[in-house]
Design a protein around this ligand. Sequence first.
Ligand code: PLP
Length: 395
Amino acid sequence: MISNRELFLQNTAQTSSSPRLIEVERAEGIYLYGINGESYMDLVSGFNVSNIGHRHPKVLDAIQQQLDKYLHVTVYGEFVQAPQVYFASELLTILPRTFESVYFTNSGAEAVEGSMKIAKKFTGRRQIIAAENAYHGSTQGALSLIGNEDYRTAYAPLLPEIDFIRFNDQASLEKITSDTAAVIIEAVQGEAGVRVPDVAYIRALREKCDETGALLVFDEIQTGFGRTGKMFAFEHFDIVPDILMLAKGIGGGMPLGAFIARKEIMDVIKDNPMLGHITTFGGHPLSCAAARASLKVIQEEQLLADVPAKAARFRELLASPKVKEIRGLGLMMCLQLESFDQVCSVSSYCANQGVMIDWYLHCETALRIAPPLTISFQEIEDACKIIRTAIEKFC
Ligand code: PLP
């Protein structure tokens, strides 16, 4: 009989030529289980999604309760959906008051697309500035902001009037002018290999945007919902962006994204023409119900409190002369090694020993470590023992 792995290779589009092909049976907490009963600690969190772990009982309960009420309904204002409106108001409650209106999407890239549109229409300007080595998603608009020439040329032509600044370089901010509609930037660059900007740089960026009238759009799709130890990473820099983009971790494991702004900015999609940005499934009631439960879990279980100590424990246990650098903010971390070969050997060994780690799109010499925030100190020790063995063996 043909196996599921063979069917996967045969019938579904492949995104790389070397998939790991572990067939997952179920997931719980920080563990994934394969069909042969083997377990894997998930130190990737499905790429910063499972911040509260897999299948948190309160998320499952919220989904079940919503399942018994309704799934998709007509969405452009015909029906008011309680999970959506409650989650929007809960989000606005934990954000600075300048955020007044939430637009729900299905994904991160879609939040990026919507943000670019409202920034252009609100300012009446056309230029968008992004940062070198940025990653904001794979749709054509989001891909236009990718700070990596290989991906841009492979899918050219992309959007016109996009320019790039160097990340964390104040001199480069001169490129932002009164022609700039928006600067779109990750609070901490993820796929560039976890690059944490200086506080002074982000403040200078905020000032430059204020000076020129450009909107500052923060991509917190990886950093949001507690990943860095604060609910939102912009809090580390003591500034407030004009538009905030979220996805990944906000849905508690369900697909959900959002862009959030002042009402006057968001209102541009309402008319001239009406329905200027629409989505059929964005803000699905199951996703919003799960997201509400997930936010409550983060708050009630005080998951942010231990993030700095957990990150410090990882750093302590993984420090080695063979690791060139450990970068990160909270539980968004990476270990800088010498080569992609080392990264492949270390991550394969770890997977065989039941620990899932990965690498970064624009930095394939760095190991990705981003566990659920719920990981215990004992689990950190167990995982690090295996990673440390692999590093000593292959680096
Ligand atoms: N922005 C950042 C910083 C990301 O890391 C990603 C995805 O990895 C995206 C945007 C795109 O999100 P999605 O894959 O949900 O479209």
